[in-house]
Design a protein around this ligand. Sequence first.
Ligand code: NAD
Ligand code: TDX
Length: 337
Amino acid sequence: MKHILLTGGAGFIGSNYLNHILNERDDYFIVNLDKLTYAGNLENLKGIENNKNYRFVKGDICNRELVDYIFQKYSIKYVINFAAESHVDRSILGSEIFYQTNVIGTNVLLETARRYNVEKFLQVSTDEVYGSLGAEGLFTENTPLSPNSPYSSSKAAADMMVNAFYHTYGMPVVTTRCSNNYGPLQFPEKLIPLMTINAMHDKKLPVYGDGLNVRDWIYVIDHNKAINLVFEKGRTGEVYNIGASREMKNIDIVKLLLKAVGKDESLIEYVKDRPGHDRRYAIDSSKIQTELGWKPEFEFEQAIENTINWYKQNRNWWERIISGEYVKYYNNLYMNR
Ligand code: NAD
Ligand code: TDX
């Protein structure tokens, strides 16, 4: 039995991971440590809450005593660190919590993992640590880190710390860097759910700048399968890029979503650009493909349709979210644009 501490499992990617993996593996015992910030939602985990190989602990990865207690109580030997403040716009509104959770929190996990001699520490990172690309080229694992937002700089700091623990202490770490995810259970602050839900409500779709920024999209299940492969077989000390080679201009995504929801393009509203807005991300994932035999399984057209249908069929899930604190956040961010 592998005793795993998984952090941030009530968020978008972590909950998709848990829902999938606990049905697939009976040799994983997983403790999910999640602070339940605005982005964490236990509703996402209804299907597995009674699984005998699963425990939930509400708490902060920055809490040393709690993290130590979990390692001891559950004989933790593996860590998968999903927990983070994850939204770029929020990091621009206020950066402190990003450095607290993403940097200090990762340090607490690493220090505790070191004391308990973990057998593997997987850091879930992002392609945003590489900065921004021009019209040509792809991020490889050798692209120098050059983060531009408070969010991405906090993730890059964590990546460097993970690397330092490998070099200094020989800790068995591995890092994944993935491109933009989409799929069910994504918090509606992110581009795809935000635009889908606004369109359903006949609300304006706020496209930043000229709408020509490019993101490289991957279905969340493909990301999670890659994470699991790296967790099982990734070489210690290595970084693995994950991406499905599906570059899209923001405006094209927005038009596609409008069509799928049956709404008119007149809902599009170009608004003031995001400060420091990275122009283009694009991932070279040939390392994980050749070394570990991973490849994306989902076609973009089919997976985006699944995603839109999920939002159409799960209004209860997002209506509860957008009726609370989210209204304040939304008005604060978008009123001045
Ligand atoms: P999310 O915001 O949906 O979820 C984050 C989860 O972490 C939430 O459940 C939240 O409650 C929890 N959390 C936050 N602070 C915490 C703390 N201090 N202690 C314990 N739990 C805490 O994020 P996501 O989109 O699921 O992203 C998960 C990870 O994947 C992050 O590390 C992110 O940087 C990375 N990533 C995301 C994407 C993407 O497109 N969403 C792409 C690449 C990498
Ligand atoms: O209202 C919007 N209008 C708009 O034009 C929003 C929310 C976004 N955008 C643009 C900004 C980006 O170019 O859409 C693109 C995607 O934006 P986000 O969904 O905020 O994602 P991004 O900033 O690219 O970061 C995401 O991918 C990498 C995740 O939020 C990160 O957690 C991950 O690391």
